[in-house]
Design a protein around this ligand. Structure first.
Ligand SMILES: [Ca+2]
Ligand SMILES: [Ca+2]
Length: 184
């Protein structure tokens, strides 16, 4: 059963394996321009900055050096059912200096293509426990962030020896470069 978290709500994560799934429908409109959504993660240290460039995992860097994060690869159109992009998280392998994993979703070239989430049918981002398939959080991007082009989805953060997940759900009209600036 899915837990519908309110923004800012936190849950404990007791098992190390999670998958972030991003899905959307291919563009059927007359404009003919594809929608290219991207899921990305930033692995941050105490100072809230990425540990090193390689700890920014996105379509051009599919693995973190510690083996904790694996991106299944860039999907450019949303063709097909289910998750179109996935990011697999294994907290048992995470670099000991990491204290936070920030998960974002953005629309590639949204400005140039004049796109926002409200135009993208059946677009969602979710996180689920890959051991039990239990969904922890899901946002319907089309509904929840209709005028935005970027969303900070959630963060997995460390408190002592425990990891917790916080639903962030903050949208903006920026792109991936805005988050990169913030976290590097
Ligand atoms: Ca993509
Ligand atoms: Ca799809």
């Amino acid at each position: 059963m899915a837990i519908n978290l309110e923004k800012g709500q936190r849950v404990n994560v007791n098992i190390p394996n999670f998958v972030v799934g991003l899905g959307w429908d291919a563009n059927q409109s007359s404009t003919g321009t594809d929608f290219d959504l991207d899921a990305s993660v930033f692995i941050l240290g105490e100072n809230k900055k990425i540990l090193a460039d390689e700890y920014f995992v996105f379509y051009n860097n599919l693995h973190s050096p510690d083996g904790a994060i694996k991106h299944t690869g860039d999907n450019l159109t949303g063709e097909g059912a289910g998750d179109d992009e996935q990011i697999k998280v294994d907290l048992s392998k995470i670099n000991p200096s990491a204290t936070e994993i920030c998960i974002v979703v953005t629309i590639h070239n949204a400005d140039e293509r004049r796109q926002n989430f409200g135009q993208i049918r059946n677009s969602f981002i979710r996180i689920f426990n890959s051991d039990t398939n239990e969904e922890i959080l899901k946002y319907e991007l089309e509904e929840d962030f209709s005028i935005e082009t970027a969303v900070e989805f959630g963060r997995i953060y460390k408190r002592g020896t425990e990891w917790k997940f916080e639903a962030v759900g903050v949208g903006e009209r920026g792109g991936l470069e805005n988050y990169l600036q913030k976290y590097s």
